[in-house]
Design a protein around this ligand. Structure first.
Ligand code: DX5
Ligand code: ZN
Length: 228
């Protein structure tokens, strides 16, 4: 996976059928998904629970693109090896998840994955200024993490600031939360290249009727191409 700043849509399987992840992933990739975004929640760092490394490992063989794993857990370090073993390509930890994000990001790289760092809406861009040389991705949350389908919180100024801070570094800017054809273009224009979308991609479709997934993905892409 070479680095580029082309627009990438990363459907979040949080909005997929939990009883059918393998088929959902294959369907959404066939419909044009660039990456697959996997939300891991622990009921402690965020007020919701999803799944852990065994599930991630089980779905790995259904992912033909990039498996982008977003950890909403604290602590992170005890689970890094398990997510490496599960086959995560990118492993993103929250800067708020503990006092030693620098060590965590080094450990993720050391385990053979690409490290990402995520920021909650209440966290300033400056919180990641000292780790930009350690990461492949900065994830800007545009909702308070924990649930899909929430209302987008405008983080345009933070994204612009991060884009300037990142400069020429090969670091993706990912936006997570409330992305749809209305909210995505301003994030793209501000410098984001990866847009996570759960509800906006999976709505109206299913494994047996996956054409809406493609229409939904294209609607986000077209909105960004038109307005940027
Ligand atoms: C929120 C998750 C998101 C979520 C996005 O805590 O990190 O990835 O699934 O869902 P939508 O696109 O529905 O806001
Ligand atoms: Zn996420």
């Amino acid at each position: 996976m070479g680095f580029d700043r082309n627009l990438k849509i990363a459907p979040s399987i949080l909005a997929a059928d939990f009883a059918n992840f393998g088929a959902e992933i294959e369907a959404v990739e066939a419909q044009g998904a660039d990456w697959i975004h996997v939300d891991v929640m622990d009921g402690h760092f965020v007020p919701n629970l999803t799944f852990g490394p065994p599930l991630v490992k089980a779905i790995r063989k259904h992912v033909g693109t990039v498996m982008d794993v977003h950890l909403m857990i604290a602590p992170v370090d005890p689970y890094i090896e398990a997510f490496a073993d599960a086959g995560a390509d990118i492993l993103t930890a929250h800067v708020e998840a503990g006092p030693h994000i620098h060590r965590t990001l080094q450990a993720i790289r050391g385990a053979g994955m690409k490290p990402g760092v995520a920021l909650n809406p209440g966290t300033p861009a400056a919180a990641v200024s000292e780790v930009l040389d350690l990461v492949d991705l900065v994830c800007v949350m545009t909702v308070n993490p924990g649930f899909g389908g929430q209302k987008y919180i405008d983080m345009t100024a933070k994204v612009r600031e991060l884009r300037a801070m990142i400069g020429d570094r090969p670091v993706h800017i990912e936006i997570d939360g409330g992305m749809d054809p209305k909210t995505a273009p301003e994030m793209r224009a501000a410098g984001a290249d990866v847009l996570v979308a759960g509800s906006a991609v999976f709505k109206g479709g299913s494994v047996s009727n996956s054409a809406p997934y493609g229409e939904n993905i294209r609607a986000i892409r077209t909105a960004c191409d038109t307005l940027v």
